[in-house]
Write a protein that binds this ligand. Structure first.
Ligand SMILES: Cc1cc2nc3c(=O)[nH]c(=O)nc-3n(C[C@H](O)[C@H](O)[C@H](O)COP(=O)(O)O)c2cc1C
Ligand SMILES: CCCCCCC(=O)C(=O)O
Length: 376
């Protein structure tokens, strides 16, 4: 991915200094992470599927959208707060579930959770966290958290994690539906990428870790169930009272089915372009889904959010909140909890500024009138 940053002139010797310079935008963190992580780790985080068309289009699509700013609207006071599933967060940006945070920073997901708690936003913990859900909750006891669930062939295993996170105070379950199989990520294959042996998928320590059979990323490959279907949404509802959010919807047809199946939210997502290459950029898929859902449930989005004006565009097109994946990991690689906080703070500042410059005083004032649609 391009760094999009004005540091390209910095020589490698000067690059050491780079770490002490102010981080100005999210691509500064990307550049830092690329320089400091091992190649295999960097490649895993950066990976897209196949030719990475969808991964890259997630970012480019925002740059094709133009805004229609309003003026003279007294933007001396602005309020970025919003709610998700009835809970207030400081601005409409949360942290998407990403796996293996301990590869980026020794405290891994505990650091991520502390940062989200400090900024008062939502952190979605991945099934494949390298700290256990118990450790994460203990690290940030007042944080607002959802848990991302992959459905295992062994349903008892999924059932037990659902009960565990519900008892721990997680506030929603995010069912990821776009990974019946892992996408083909060429660099991971070339690098024979594996979770380093000193790290574990801690939630299932001693269970899937020791299962026999072929491995993917150093964890058993045949654990996720490719046969999951809409009826499993009913199965999940039978296990829990938590709201269920489906992550990985890209069409109006599936959005309608999600509503009909009684879930409480949708994340418009293509898994950061790591699964099907050739699918739409998420911001391009958003409008048809918002139009279909008609406010019956909340619609969120992830993929390619790198600036405050990206957030503004997604909210204007109907996303209640957006989530960042890779940028949080870059923040971790930079400075752990403080790095993730900085990433969120920069996005918050940029979002506030974009709101003000387009004449919006609060999130409720952001709507489709802000978007310039191409003339036919
Ligand atoms: C390194 C990495 C690991 C990921 N792990 C998971 C995961 O465990 N569960 C999941 O539902 N999505 C996972 N995702 C997808 C993210 O939740 C999210 O959809 C995506 O990263 C958003 O795009 P962005 O990175 O451009 O912000 C992962 C993405 C990345 C980059
Ligand atoms: C065996 C499947 C590993 C998936 C790891 C997490 C993930 O979703 C990713 O995109 O990477």
């Amino acid at each position: 991915m391009s760094t999009g940053c004005n540091r390209d002139h910095i020589s490698s010797r000067e690059g050491v200094r780079c770490a002490e310079m102010a981080m100005v935008c999210l691509t500064d963190f990307e550049e830092y992470a690329k320089e400091h992580l091992s190649k295999a780790t960097w490649d895993y985080y950066a990976a897209g599927a196949d030719e990475c068309c969808t991964r890259d289009d997630n970012l480019l699509a925002y740059k094709r959208i133009r805004l229609r700013p309003r003026i003279l609207r007294d933007v001396s006071v602005s309020d970025t707060r919003t709610t998700v599933q009835g809970t207030e967060i400081s601005f409409p940006v949360g942290i998407a579930p990403t796996a293996f945070h301990c590869m980026a920073w020794h405290e891994g997901e505990m650091a991520t959770a502390r940062a989200a708690e400090a900024v008062n936003t939502c952190y979605i913990t991945s099934t494949y966290s390298t700290c256990s859900v118990e450790e994460i909750v203990a690290a940030a006891p007042n944080g607002y958290r959802w848990f991302q669930l992959y459905v295992y062939r062994d349903r008892k295993l999924s059932e037990s994690i659902v009960h565990r996170v519900e008892a721990l105070g997680y506030k929603a379950l995010v069912l990821t539906v776009d990974v019946p199989y892992t996408g083909k990520r060429r660099d991971d294959i070339r690098n024979q990428f594996k979770l380093p042996p000193h790290l574990k998928v801690k939630n299932f320590d001693g269970v899937i870790q020791e299962a026999a059979g072929p491995e993917e990323y150093g964890i058993p490959a045949n654990t996720l169930d490719p046969s999951i279907s809409w009826k499993d949404v009913y199965w999940l509802q039978s296990l829990t009272r938590l709201p269920i959010v489906i992550k990985g919807i890209l069409t109006k047809e599936d959005a309608e089915l999600a509503v009909e199946h009684g879930v409480q939210g949708i994340i418009v997502s293509n898994h950061g372009g790591r699964q099907l290459d050739g699918g739409p950029a998420t911001i391009d898929a958003l409008s048809e889904i918002v139009d279909t859902v008609q406010g019956r449930i909340e619609v969120y989005l992830d993929g390619g959010i790198r600036t405050g004006s990206d957030v503004l565009k997604a909210v204007a097109l109907g996303a209640k909140c957006v989530f960042i994946g890779r940028p949080a990991v870059w923040g971790l690689a930079y400075k752990g909890e403080d790095g993730v906080r900085e990433v969120l703070q920069i996005l918050n500042d940029e979002f506030r500024l974009s709101m003000a410059l387009s004449g919006c005083r609060n999130v409720a004032e952001i709507n489709r009138n802000l978007i310039q649609f191409a003339k036919l």
